[in-house]
Design a protein around this ligand. Structure first.
Ligand code: NI
Length: 187
């Protein structure tokens, strides 16, 4: 378990909320040789700590006021019984695999206590750098693909509202739990 309250190794960052111009700006790609700098490594660690602190499944750098193409996320694990470790993807590029779109519920740490149903590509492939500056390519589907698409959108100033086909499902968390949660697993 991570040591809490040790400011030397951990910082919880302030999360920008909807309306902050940072969330609408296009983030800048990182130079590969900058990825291993102490500043970028610290940012990634702090983003992971911030995501975990606020029970998020993903967090993009613009959400913590850094205009860089980095996000962290907890994706599905391949093997049953494994614990999902947060990963960092840098300069991600998404290619949809096929035309299939699926609706699913999303929330966002920058839009607290709101949920809505958002169509996303079911299957994607992703090219990115990992936090060591290594080139990675991965295939993702369903939940993982949704998280990656949501977070990559943040790097282009796009919020999940922008992707909704209509706002009929837009719900506060309480109402989501009362009226909609039965739909939670139907995507
Ligand atoms: Ni978000």
């Amino acid at each position: 378990m991570r040591a809490k309250y040790n400011s030397a190794i951990m910082s919880i960052l302030k999360v920008a909320r909807m309306g902050h111009p940072m969330l609408r700006a296009k983030a800048r790609a990182l130079d590969r040789r900058d990825i291993r700098t102490a500043a970028v490594q610290k940012l990634i660690d702090d983003m992971i700590d911030t995501m975990v602190e606020y029970h998020g499944v993903g967090l993009a750098a613009p959400q913590v006021h850094e205009g860089l193409r980095i996000f962290v996320a907890t994706l599905d694990v391949d093997e049953p019984g494994e614990t999902a470790e947060p990963v960092a993807l840098i300069n991600p590029e998404i290619t949809p695999r096929g035309a299939e779109m699926v609706d699913g519920w999303e929330g966002c740490l920058s839009i607290p206590d709101i949920r809505g149903r958002v169509p996303r590509s079911r299957q994607i492939s992703v090219r990115a750098f990992d936090r060591n500056g290594e080139r990675i390519e991965l295939e993702a589907q369903d939940y993982s693909a949704r998280v990656i698409q949501h977070e990559t959108d943040h790097l282009d100033g796009v919020l999940f509202f922008d992707r909704m086909r209509s706002f009929e499902t837009l719900s506060f968390l309480d109402e989501y739990s009362r009226y909609w949660i039965k739909d939670k697993d139907d995507d």
